[in-house]
Design a protein around this ligand. Sequence first.
Ligand SMILES: Cc1cc2nc3c(=O)[nH]c(=O)nc-3n(C[C@H](O)[C@H](O)[C@H](O)COP(=O)(O)OP(=O)(O)OC[C@H]3O[C@@H](n4cnc5c(N)ncnc54)[C@H](O)[C@@H]3O)c2cc1C
Length: 434
Amino acid sequence: MKYDVVIIGGGMAGLIAGIRCADSGLSTAIISAGVSALHFSSGCIDLLGRTADGGVAREPFSSMPEFLAARPGHPYARVGENTLRASLAFFQEETACAGLPYCDNGDENHFHVTALGTVKPAYLSPEGVFSELVKTAFETRRCLAILNFKGFRDFHPRLAAANLAKNPLFSDWKISTGSLTLPPIAPQGKNPRELRSIDIARLFDTESRLGEVAEQIKEIAPGADFVAVPAFLGTSPRRGAEKRLSLLAGRLIYEVPTLPPSLLGMRLDAALKARFAARGGVFIAGDRVTGGRIEGGKLRFLSTHQAGEDAMSARFFILATGSFFSGGLKSRFDAVEEPILNLALDRTLPRNTWYSSKFLGDESHPFLSFGVNVDENANPRDADGRTVTNLFCAGAVLSGYDPVREGSGSGVAIATGYFAAGRVMALSKTPTGI
Ligand SMILES: Cc1cc2nc3c(=O)[nH]c(=O)nc-3n(C[C@H](O)[C@H](O)[C@H](O)COP(=O)(O)OP(=O)(O)OC[C@H]3O[C@@H](n4cnc5c(N)ncnc54)[C@H](O)[C@@H]3O)c2cc1C
C-alpha cells in the first residue's frame, strides 16, 4: 500500500492532520490501533487554562506570550500564534460542516459545568454546552433543574447540585434535582442500571422520543427555566437536537459532559472521521504499527500487526500516537520510550522524579511533559540522533507541555496536527519532496 501520506494514530491530532492533507489533494491514510482519548474527553476544547504564574487564564491569547517565554520548547511556541489561530478556525469550519458546530467566546475562555458540579474553563465547546444562548442563560436565569434518567449510575444530580451551590457563580440560584424515566428499553434487554451514556444516546438517535422527554421535563421541573441533563441527545453529530428539545420543553436544555465513555467526545470523533472520509481519506482501524524502516534519514516503510513487515510506504509520515494513555509512549521501570521507531525523547529524568508526591496537588507531574523531541519543522531524531526529514510529529506524543496542568490538551493536538499537515503540504510541492 503506497500513499502520499500515512498518519499513525487517529485521535484529534491525526484526524486534523489527515483532513488537511486529504483536502489538499494528497492521498492520505490514517492507521489507528484503538479508540483515541477523544472517547474519554469532555468534547470541549482546552486551549490554555493557566497563566505563566499558575493563575487562571481568562484570555488564552493574552496570557500566551508570558506563558511561552518561560517555556520556549512548548508546542505552541513552535507553531506560532497565526498558525494556532488558523488551526482553531479550521477545526470550527470542519466541525460545523459535519453538523457539530463549536462555539467560542471571542478570545475569552468560557466555563462548562462538569458531571461533578464543578466548573471548568474551555476555549471551544459544542453548541449544546456553550453558545450565545447558553451564555445569556448563565447570566440572566436563576432557576436550574439538574435531571438524570432513573437508574443511570454515571450521573448524580444531587452531588452536582451540592457542588454547584458552593460555587459563588451560583450563589443566588435556585437549584432543584429530579429523575426522568427512560422510554421502554426492552429491545436492548437491559435494566437502566446497566446502561452507559452511549446506550441511552442510542435510544434518542431518532427524533421521535424527544417529545416524550420534553413532556416529562415540564412535569418534573415546572419552575425551572434552565435544565441540565447528562449528554444523551443521540450518538451522531446532529445539528441542533438540544435546540429542538429546548423548544419542545420550553426551557433551555444544557448537555453536561459525563464520565467516560464520553458521548460529546464520541460525537466529535465521528464528526472528524466523517470529514476525513468525505475528502477521500482512508481510515484503517484496528491495526497497530509495530515498527518502521528508516534509511538515509527518511522513513521508508511501516510494518503493522496485521499487514506484516514493510506493508505501508509513503512519501511522508505523521506520528500522532498520543501519550502513555494511548501507547504512543511506553514506560519501563527505568526508562521511557517511543515504541514504534525508538525516536529520541526529551529529557525523561530519573524515575524517582517522574511524578510529584501529591496525585491531585497543584504541582505538575513531570512525566506528563515527556515525549518526542522535535525541531522547528516538527521532525524528530532517530535513536542515533539523525533527523528523520519526512516524518512529522503531532499531538500528545510531543514533549514540552503538560496538558493536565495547563489545560491545553486538545489545543495542542489541533495546532500541531494542522502544523504537521502544513509541513507535508509545503514539501510535497517541491521537486525532491524533501
Ligand atoms: C482521559 C482524558 C480526558 C481528556 N479530556 C480532555 C478534555 O476534556 N479537553 C481537552 O481539551 N483535552 C482533554 N484531554 C486531552 C486531549 O484529549 C488529548 O491531549 C488529545 O486528544 C491528544 O490527541 P492525540 O491525537 O495526540 O492522541 P490520542 O487521542 O491519544 O490518539 C492516539 C491514537 O493513536 C493510536 N495509536 C497508538 N499507538 C499506535 C500504533 N502503534 N499503531 C497505530 N495506532 C496507534 C491510538 O490507538 C489512538 O487512537 C483528555 C485526555 C485524556 C487522556
